[in-house]
Design a protein around this ligand. Structure first.
Ligand code: 4NP
Length: 158
């Protein structure tokens, strides 16, 4: 099974959306794929996703049931891929990883590495934005995720 962890700052906007879209596109955690999400901060631990994230997800038939949690050392052993939403969180992940001595090496990548419209490398933080910012985030994630899943299938299942 291929295990993927999506990471943002609060784990209530971008990464739970990424997880939900991934699950939706892979038909809800089949045997082939498993996804989870986490934040690098402690700000919202235990909370459901932001209402605006839930709303845009619902509009697209994506259910979000995740409760926010913080990334932990064990995640570097549990997951094959750790996908960061922006550079700051990518850096946070590397800093944390440097403090962990583990035997397995997850691939740590930026979500927008999988964006076919090259140029932008971050999924913008919508937390202080509008519902339209959440729509934009949803669109970015949806197109990146199609490419990411295609990549995973080619890499591991062909
Ligand atoms: P996320 O968005 O990282 O996409 O979940 C944020 C959520 C909360 C905060 C910042 C970003 N915050 O500062 O509380």
């Amino acid at each position: 099974m291929i295990k993927v962890l999506f990471i943002c700052l609060g784990n209530i906007c971008r990464s739970p959306l990424a997880q939900g879209i991934f699950e939706h596109l892979t038909m809800h955690q089949t045997e082939q794929f498993w996804a989870d999400s986490a934040g690098t901060s402690t700000y919202h631990i235990g909370e459901l996703p932001d209402d605006r994230a839930i709303a845009i997800a619902q509009k697209n038939d994506v259910a979000l049931k995740h409760r926010a949690r913080q990334i932990q050392k064990e995640d570097f052993e549990r997951f094959d891929y750790i996908i960061a939403m922006d550079r700051a969180n990518y850096q946070n992940i590397l800093t944390l990883k440097a403090r962990v001595s583990n035997t397995t090496e997850p691939k740590i990548m930026l979500m927008r590495n999988f964006d076919s419209t090259k140029g932008q490398i971050e999924v913008p933080d919508p937390y202080y934005g509008t519902p339209q910012d959440f729509e934009k985030v949803f669109e970015i994630l949806q197109s990146c995720m199609q490419n990411f899943i295609t990549f995973l299938r080619e890499e591991h299942l062909s």
